[in-house]
Design a protein around this ligand. Structure first.
Ligand code: 26V
Length: 821
């Protein structure tokens, strides 16, 4: 495996040349950041040739292309991943060694492009990797936020948000494409004119507008010369200041347009699963959607005369409801700009758009007040009204005079525009992201829609790219896998099943455990350097890394840690296997309970880590600023994967798959993709506990349960809960954690207490944790389960997921790209 384009000597020369051209520096006096830039430009040089070849092939073949529309792409660093996919990582590492630099520390110079919150954004990034690797033409379309996901600092145990200036040194991998700039219009009024044939024309007047400018970032396929683009849009003012203009109106307008351009792409909303209904967010949505669609239609027209055939060449995938304005925007383009009738435009739109649902959390549902929506997007609103009017006629035909159905299904109701309803009614496909999640959509959340249009509903269980999360993130294990089964797994993860025959092989077991140990040493070093905490690499690394949310139940985890600590204090001589509990999580900036949970984790860590009397048998670590780059290292070093969401709430989860692929065992509820993980690996190689989704839903329909019964009857739980309000972990402010206590026992804001069934599941969780401890004592047994987890991860490649999208939704044509010798 060797890529000629990265021949060592010429690569080294190019790095040196780049340093000269970019910085007037020699290799001796360049900074590490400058080396990173010089290396990146050398890599980009190779990528560009393949990119051009890919374009040429697409030009020639005219294949069907998917536009993956997403407000978020959590790409992670590009340099290492590009080298992996170019099959040049080892080669370049050696070249850099010869130049006197460690490639890993050069990689650390790259900021993590964090244009996403969590699962949904990272899934989009994995999908792009798979699309290129499998040779399918695709654009990722999104926003070039000037500030991505905030950088998290922990101060005195509290989360502080620091702006993420990911572009401050420039981004060597992006290419500005000013030739594709397009104008985007907001607000104003709509005037209707009739043309000579009596057809209505809709003219937007007195609007504000901005220019959308695309930047393309290459997405390199693995070893196949295919390069697709992530196209992210920046905003610029249309007319920059006319200094000679003394006209006051013009001046104000110019300033307004300047401001609009600046604010629109300023920052990623750091909410995950919570819709705050902010006007600027709707502006962001329309901005990148209108730009992406205008460009997609223009590109189609370069090759085709008949716009009716658009769905034969183009499909738009809506990543959750955030891009749903694509539907009325496509209608607008087709009718107002291409002159089609409603029926023609509707036929095209409904064959070109498909929708993925990523959550059933009701707080996440996007609804916009009519006032806001119609003011900002007057023409788009007219179109949505007409879609709604026609849909309600359908509903009435199917369920005559049924106001209940109208109430539950209308797109516009009660003063609000409901984006999920718009997406379902107007798209040809609705998919969930794991089998259980799709079933819940069909039978509960979207039941009425499923009954009316069952053919649209389908499941696409999520996946992850093994190229980033094993090949790049865990090179030792990757090599070990290749030594045993060859390297086909890199592009066909189903091959990894072949490892199962080594599950009982003593030598293999030792090797896998040793690799895990080396990776734990690497993480222990990181923790020493970042947290100043010594952790024992021989202890069980029990890890929960994901966004902080009540439904994900980090609180359950830390309450259990408090309980374990109580037991150790009460019975200092009890049998106890040393444990390191590792957390990593960002909380949305305005999410109080989530932020308080972070403070609690850190407060508990402070007390336990500094207690000399427990002999370091429990350590608690909160990893600051959890993100894609440190995630790769964390998965590689984990023994236990905490997937403990309230059943029914986690649509899929994808971290669970990354842990599994790296040989960790799942401790989890029967939620999301955990169900399918257990199905693949066997229940005896995971630790499953707690209420099922059906049980949770049943309790919810009964109005909840009474946690006081548990509090009164269980002294272990009572002790832990009292420690939340007696200052045990916050002596200077005993009331500090009162809100967490109340959330479990008292109804707040008319809600139910313990909405997420933490106390209800506590005993089962503690018991499952005991099983973990006993299983870990049996080193052979654990190694066997670990190997079987790796071997069972084949289904969870995003390559498999993408193949299903292609076969059942997108129907894309494959391309082959040959490079001249
Ligand atoms: C939702 C919202 C709601 C409106 C305001 C801002 C905002 C930002 C992000 C989101 C996304 C929430 C949905 C989400 O991330 N779902 C996650 O998707 C993963 C990929 O399918 C899946 O594995 C996780 O289980 C699911 O929580």
């Amino acid at each position: 495996m060797y890529n000629k384009a990265f021949e060592k000597e010429s690569f080294k020369k190019e790095v040196k040349d780049n340093l000269k051209i970019l910085y007037r520096k020699t290799i001796e006096d360049a900074t590490k950041q400058q080396i990173f830039q010089a290396v990146s430009y050398a890599v980009k040089d190779v990528i560009i040739d393949q990119w051009m070849a890919t374009q040429k092939q697409i030009e020639k073949q005219d294949p069907k292309t998917v536009y993956y529309l997403s407000m978020e792409f959590l790409m992670g660093r590009a340099l290492g991943n590009s080298l992996i996919n170019e099959r040049a990582f080892t080669e370049v590492k050696e070249a850099m060694d010869e130049l006197g630099f460690d490639l890993n520390s050069i990689e650390d110079e790259e900021p993590d492009p964090a244009l996403g919150n969590g699962g949904l954004g990272r899934l989009a990034a994995c999908f792009l990797d798979s699309l290129s690797t499998m040779g399918y033409p695709a654009y990722g379309c999104g926003i070039r936020y000037r500030y991505g996901m905030f950088e998290q600092k922990i101060e005195n145990g509290y989360q502080l948000e620091v702006p993420d200036m990911w572009l401050k040194n420039g981004n060597p991998f992006e290419m500005k494409r000013p030739e594709y700039a397009t104008e985007i219009r907001f607000g104003g009024t709509i005037r209707v004119e009739r043309d000579c044939q009596g057809r209505e024309k809709f003219i937007q007047e007195n609007y504000q507008s901005v220019n959308a400018i695309p930047y393309d970032i290459p997405i390199v396929g693995y070893g196949n010369n295919v390069v697709n683009a992530l196209r992210i849009w920046d905003a610029e003012a249309i007319n920059t200041f006319q200094l000679d203009s003394f006209d006051k109106g013009d001046y104000n307008k110019a300033v307004e347009q300047q401001n609009l351009a600046q604010t629109i792409v300023e920052v990623l909303y750091p909410n995950d699963n919570h819709n705050a209904g902010k006007e600027l967010r709707l502006k962001q949505q329309y901005f990148f959607i209108s730009a992406s669609l205008q460009r997609a239609v223009a590109k189609f027209k370069e090759k085709h005369d008949d716009i009716h055939r658009l769905p034969e060449k183009v499909v738009f995938q809506l990543n959750d409801t955030h891009p749903t304005v694509a539907i009325p925007e496509l209608m607008r383009i087709l009718m107002d700009e291409e002159g089609l009738t409603w029926n023609e435009a509707w036929d095209i739109t409904t064959r070109a758009c498909a929708y993925t649902n990523h959550t059933i959390m009701s707080e996440a549902l996007e609804k916009w007040p009519i006032e806001l929506f119609s003011r900002l997007l007057p023409r788009i609103y007219q179109i949505v009204e007409e879609i709604n009017r026609r849909f309600l006629i359908e509903v009435d035909r199917r369920y005559p005079c049924n106001q209940e159905k109208v109430k539950k299904m209308a797109i516009i109701y009660d003063g609000q525009v409901k984006m999920a309803h718009l997406a379902i009614v107007s798209g040809f496909s609705v998919n969930g992201v794991a089998r259980l999640h799709t079933e819940i959509l069909k039978n509960q959340e979207l039941k009425d829609f499923y009954e009316m249009m069952p053919q649209k509903f389908n499941n696409k269980t999520n996946g992850i790219t093994q190229r980033r999360f094993l090949l790049h993130g865990n090179p030792m294990l990757a090599d070990w896998v290749t030594d045993h089964i060859g390297n086909d797994w890199i592009t066909d993860l189903s091959q990894i099943r072949k490892l199962a025959i080594y599950a009982d092989d003593k030598k293999a077991q030792q090797e896998v455990m040793n690799i895990k140990y080396q990776n734990k040493l690497r993480l222990a070093k990181y923790i020493r350097e970042h947290n100043g905490i010594e952790v024992d690499p021989r202890s069980i690394f029990d890890v929960q890394v994901k966004r902080l949310h009540e439904y994900k139940r980090q609180l359950l985890n830390i309450l259990h840690v408090m309980h374990l600590y109580n037991q150790l204090k009460e019975h200092p001589d009890m049998e106890f296997y040393p444990r390191t509990f590792i957390f990593g999580a960002k909380a949305a900036a305005g999410y109080r309970t989530a932020k308080l949970t972070i403070k609690l984790i850190n407060a508990v860590a402070d007390v336990i880590n500094n207690d000399k009397n427990i002999g370091g048998r429990i350590k608690v670590v909160f990893i600051e600023n959890y993100r894609v780059s440190n995630a790769e290292m964390i998965f590689a070093a984990s023994d236990v994967s905490e997937q403990i969401s309230t059943a029914s709430k986690e649509a899929s989860g994808t971290g669970n798959m990354k842990f599994m692929l790296n040989g960790a065992l799942t401790l989890g509820t029967m939620d999301g993709a955990n169900v399918e993980i257990v199905e693949e690996v066997g229940e005896e190689h995971a630790f499953i506990f707690g209420l099922s989704a059906d049980e949770v839903i049943r309790f919810e329909n009964q109005g909840g349960y009474n946690p006081m019964d548990i509090f009164n009857n269980d002294q272990d739980i009572r002790k832990v809960l009292m420690q939340l309000i007696n200052g045990y972990y916050s002596p200077r402010d005993p009331e500090l954690f009162r809100d967490l206590y109340d959330s479990l026992l008292n109804s707040r804001n008319c809600g139910r207490p313990d909405t997420y069934f933490i106390l209800k599941d506590f005993k089962a969780y503690a018991e499952a944790q005991k099983r973990v401890e006993w299983a870990y004592r049996n080193e052979e047994g654990w190694a066997r389960s670990s190997i079987l987890n790796i071997a069972g991860a084949g289904k969870f490649s995003s390559d498999r997921t993408i193949q299903e999208y292609i076969d059942e939704i997108w129907h894309l044509d494959k391309i082959r790209v040959e490079m001249p010798e």
